[in-house]
Design a protein around this ligand. Structure first.
Ligand SMILES: NC(=O)c1ccc[n+]([C@@H]2O[C@H](COP(=O)([O-])OP(=O)(O)OC[C@H]3O[C@@H](n4cnc5c(N)ncnc54)[C@H](O)[C@@H]3O)[C@@H](O)[C@H]2O)c1
Length: 433
């Protein structure tokens, strides 16, 4: 990361552009509008409620850091259904209809722009509000034009994008993702390895709009995107919001490892009944999610260092679509661990959480912190934002950090360095060991 001499001040309005305006996006937008009116607290948001050590004292992050204020945000985005954000919030049933009433008019006025939708990447949805174009390159141009029009019509000084669209079928990085030139040729030829989320991301990067990826999709996690980000000097972050079960895994996993307790098995299952659950019911979309959810333990427990404790671990992750629960997910974990002389023990975690209630503050923090990074001249992958992701993106050759508390230290340490304070250790070197 580049250490800037000065951070451009957060002047004017910041457009928060959301590809995918479903449960998470509508809960995020409605929550910010309610918080602005003093009708709710932005609980779960580090930037709004958190503090950090700086200048020898404990300071509120939103007083210390030059972040955009919530009343400077303007919301826009794309969806493959034409529902307003109010309709999407009613459909999602996350916030009570009565709670939405004071911000109903504002939510009704936010309508998604037509989406880029090649249906083979999200098989359970049949979008009706979609763009037309002969090639994927045309689609990129249409999204770029949308961004420019939105910024002009809403008199915004800049934008940031957070992908809140559906999880796509699993696509591995391929030859077409290896360089900017190969990717641009692929866009012209409608290469099947280029998915919807990659098209939005490519358009954002070309417009100089920093991009965070809240899903497991490849989106910006490939060398061509990194090359484009460097060329246009844009910040990136990803991937897959860390909200419920994985949040707990990245707390309990490091605790067991710190005590040198062994783990033989870790079975994680979820029931959820929202549209995300319906999309993940397709095995090919589930495959994308499974990979981001599974990778965490391997990295934390590091079987190569302690094969006798973690070499035989059986780790299984399931997600079951169960409509009666709606957005109120149940994440259940059974951990088979062992202690002194190999004696077995069990731990059960039953997290009755609310998916979008946990994700909304992450969208807010990512929008504000990525905008700060961009104004501070940070280019490319922002791995200090790993705190927010199940599968943190890093630059080549660096391993991702999964331990929640090391991630928290890394985030605050980087912010101190960005503000010209003495960091507690060189940014990137944070570790408990
Ligand atoms: N809620 C959580 O706790 C959580 C945690 C981690 C990741 N995520 C991810 O966040 C994303 C959003 O979750 P959600 O619960 O809001 O899902 P959702 O299904 O309610 O919303 C997704 C929206 O994306 C739209 N969409 C799909 N393809 C699109 C395209 N090509 N262009 C524009 N819009 C498109 C859908 O129509 C839908 O409105 C998902 O990928 C999910 O896996 C959510």
């Amino acid at each position: 990361m580049k250490r800037p001499d000065a951070i451009r001040p957060p002047e004017g309005k910041l457009a928060v552009l959301l590809p995918g305006m479903g449960a998470v996006s509508s809960t995020f937008i409605a929550g910010v509008l309610l918080a602005r009116k003093g009708l709710g607290l932005p609980v779960g948001s580090l930037t709004q409620m958190g503090s950090m050590r700086a200048g020898g004292k404990q300071v509120r992050m939103n007083e210390y850091l030059p972040l955009a204020r919530m009343d400077q945000l303007v919301f826009g985005g794309w969806d493959i259904f034409p529902d307003s954000v109010y309709d999407a919030a009613i459909h999602a049933k996350v916030l009570e209809a009565s709670q939405l009433e004071p911000v109903r008019e504002e939510l009704e006025a936010i309508r998604p722009m037509k989406g880029v939708f090649y249906p083979q990447y999200v098989k359970r949805l049949h979008g009706t509000h979609v763009k037309e174009g002969a090639t994927k390159a045309d689609m990129v141009e249409q999204v770029r034009a949308d961004i420019r029009t939105f910024l002009r019509d809403n008199r915004c000084s800049r934008a940031v994008a957070v992908w809140c669209g559906s999880t796509e079928t699993y696509v591995a990085a391929d030859q077409v993702h290896s360089s900017r030139r190969a990717f641009e040729a692929g866009l012209q030829k409608n290469d099947p390895a280029i998915t919807n989320s990659q098209i939005y991301a490519w358009a954002c990067l070309q417009e100089g709009v920093p991009f965070a990826n809240g899903s497991p999709n490849l989106a910006v996690d490939f060398p061509a995107a990194a090359e484009l980000a460097r060329l246009h000097e844009v910040a990136l972050a990803g991937k897959d919001f860390k909200t419920g079960q994985t949040l707990m895994k990245t707390v309990i996993g490091p605790a067991l490892k710190a005590r040198m307790l062994g783990v033989r098995g870790w079975f994680s299952t979820n029931i959820l009944g929202n549209r995300d659950g319906e999309v993940l019911d397709d095995p090919e979309s589930f495959r994308s999610k499974e990979l981001t959810k599974r990778g965490v333990l391997d990295e934390i427990l590091d079987a190569s260092a302690n094969p006798e404790l973690y070499g035989e671990i059986f780790h299984k992750v399931r997600i079951e679509y169960y409509p009666p629960r709606g957005d109120a997910k149940e994440g259940w974990d059974n951990i088979d661990l062992f202690g002194w002389m190999g004696y077995p023990m069990q731990m059960k975690i039953d997290f009755l959480c609310r998916d979008s209630i946990l994700a909304a503050p992450i969208v807010l923090d990512l929008a504000l912190l990525l905008d700060l990074a961009q104004r501070g001249g940070c280019i490319g992958t922002q791995d200090w934002l790993s705190f927010y992701f199940k599968s943190p993106m890093t630059d080549p050759g660096r391993s991702p950090e999964h331990d929640l508390f090391v991630q928290n230290m890394k985030l605050k340490n980087t912010l101190r360095a960005l503000m010209g304070e003495k960091p507690s250790c060189p940014p990137g070197a944070e570790s408990y060991d």
